[in-house]
Design a protein around this ligand. Sequence first.
Ligand code: GTS
Length: 208
Amino acid sequence: MPPYTITYFAVRGRCGATRIMMADQGQKWKENAVTFDEWMKGDLKATCVFGQLPKFEDGDLVLFQSNAVLRHLGRKHGAYGSNDKEAALIDMMNDGVEDIRLKYLKMIYQDYDTGKDQYIKDLPGHLSKFDAVLANNKSGFLVGDKISFADYSLFEVLLNHQVLSPSCLDSFPALKRFAAMMAARPNIKAFLDSDDYKKLPINGNGKQ
Ligand code: GTS
C-alpha cells in the first residue's frame, strides 16, 4: 500500500506541487478522485476540517490545507532546509508563492474573461521578485543548497503561468534556469510526461 493518499477533485489545482514533490522524492501515493456530484452530497465536506479538499493522509495522520501538506512532506523528506534559519526563509518564500497562487486563482475563477490581460501585464512585477532571489543563490534553489517544498511550489506555479502566458519567463533568466532545472530532474520529468499528470486539467473550471 502506498503510504500517502490524496482525496481531491480530478484537477492539478492545489495538489499540483504536492504530486510533483512526491514524484521527485520517489514516493508512491493513492488518488481518491471526488466528482462534483459526490461532493455536492455534502457528506465528505462535513468531515473536512475546513469544509474543503484536498485531504491528505499519511497513515493515521489526516491533513487539510495544501501548504500544511507541503510542509509535512518537507519535514519528512529532508526538503525543509538544513537549519531553523533556512526553514524560516523557506516558509517566507512559500508564502510569497502562495500570494501569487491566490492572485492567479482569483483571476481564473472570478475574473478570467475581463481580468486575464491585466493579470498578465502585472505578472512581471511578481515574477521579478523570485528572479532576484534565485539570481542571488548559486545553488539554483530558492534557499540554501538543496531543494525545498517551496521550490516545488514555485515550479508548479511557473508551469501554470507558462500555459497562461508562454513567454512570461523570457525576461527572467534566473527563473527560466530554475524552471528548466526542475523540469529536467529525472523523477519530475517522468511524472510530467505521465498520463496521470497529463490527464488532469490545471483548474476545475477548464480555464488555464
Ligand atoms: N486553503 C485551502 C488549501 O490550500 O488546501 C484551499 C482549499 C480549497 O479552496 N479547496 C477548494 C474546495 O474544496 C477546491 S480547489 O479550489 O482547491 O480546487 N472547494 C469546494 C468547497 O465546497 O469549498
